[in-house]
Design a protein around this ligand. Structure first.
Ligand code: AMP
Ligand code: FE
Ligand code: FE
Ligand code: ZN
Length: 289
């Protein structure tokens, strides 16, 4: 057990979990129960571009005697590539956070409708099929379109859908609005939160070092280095940078329920790093058992 001035928390910690408020398949309370069943004792809910699952997850975590860190995975883009910024313990009522996430979610809706329209020209798929795969109020994304395609027997699973009709190179793909990564980081930081780049060493390779410097200047706290999508040599470069700059490093599963093979606890974050995240934040308090 570790403690700081504000409360106590237990290892192991998994700080990247999705519910059906975005593209996970389980409601927030079930996500906390799944994490607990995999031995997790400190958990963050990090749905894409929404904080709507926080209250349910916090209540479930408390009943399981877990520590809960409210979080979010904010969509950003640099040139052609998507960049995901995890934000922890920011103020969910901050005006800039609300404006930005509302704009992204609205764009996601328009974009999903446009993708549905394009897909319907060649496939037996309607917008209603996608709505049927999306929880009410959830942040809609390509995974919901994938689920509709699976339900219609057009593809086998989400992975198959992402490799074919949902791929950015596909004629059916439409981009969503997303802020640049510096804006994403600054928005979280200015709302009292702790911004960490999610899976920063994925197959797309490293972000340019100039951009990383600007993100650090804007308040970037660290990198999610423990994640199944991170690969060398980018991972080694970021490990070295984190050491030199004394940045926060996290490890997490990116659990999506049945939507991905990732399982809670497959990567975890050290007590020391959880304590640093909590100490750095001023937007929202964690929920301690
Ligand atoms: P979107 O933000 O709507 O463009 O969709 C991206 C989301 O799809 C990411 O959050 C991932 O969690 C999910 N995703 C990406 N690739 C796959 C895949 N191969 N299988 C399942 N989910 C995926
Ligand atoms: Fe996702
Ligand atoms: Fe992500
Ligand atoms: Zn994620």
């Amino acid at each position: 057990m570790a403690a700081n001035a504000r409360g106590r928390f237990h290892a192991p910690a998994d700080l990247h979990l999705h519910s059906d408020h975005s593209d996970g398949t389980e409601p927030p309370a079930q996500v906390m129960a799944s994490a607990h069943a995999h031995g997790i004792r400190t958990a963050a809910l990090t749905d894409h571009d929404t904080t709507s699952g926080w209250a349910e997850a916090a209540e479930a975590a408390a009943s399981l005697d877990m520590t809960f860190l409210p979080g979010m995975e904010l969509s950003a883009r640099h040139e052609w590539r998507s960049v995901h910024v995890l934000g922890y313990l920011f103020d969910p009522d901050d005006e800039a956070v609300r404006a930005l996430t509302t704009r992204i979610r609205e764009s996601r809706l328009t974009r999903a409708r446009e993708m549905a329209a394009r897909l319907s020209r060649h496939h037996d798929l309607t917008w209603e099929d996608i709505v049927g795969q999306t929880a009410v109020g959830a942040t809609v994304g390509r995974p919901h379109i994938a689920d509709a395609l699976v339900a219609k027997g057009i593809v086998r699973n989400r992975e198959d859908a992402f490799a074919t009709v949902l791929h950015p190179g596909s004629e059916y793909y439409v981009a969503l609005y997303a802020p640049d990564p510096v804006t994403a980081v600054a928005t979280i930081a200015e709302a009292g939160g702790v911004p960490i780049i999610a899976h920063p060493a994925g197959r797309a390779g490293l972000l340019p070092s100039r951009l990383l410097s600007r993100m650090l200047d804007a308040g970037l706290a660290g990198f999610e280095l423990g994640h199944r999508e991170n690969v060398q040599p980018a991972l080694g470069t970021l490990q070295a940078l984190a050491r030199t700059r004394d940045l926060i490093i996290t490890g997490s599963s990116d659990y999506h329920g049945a939507g991905k093979p990732n399982l809670p606890g497959e990567h975890t974050t050290s007590e020391d790093m959880v304590a640093r995240i909590i100490a750095r934040a001023s937007g929202t308090a964690p929920v301690f058992p």
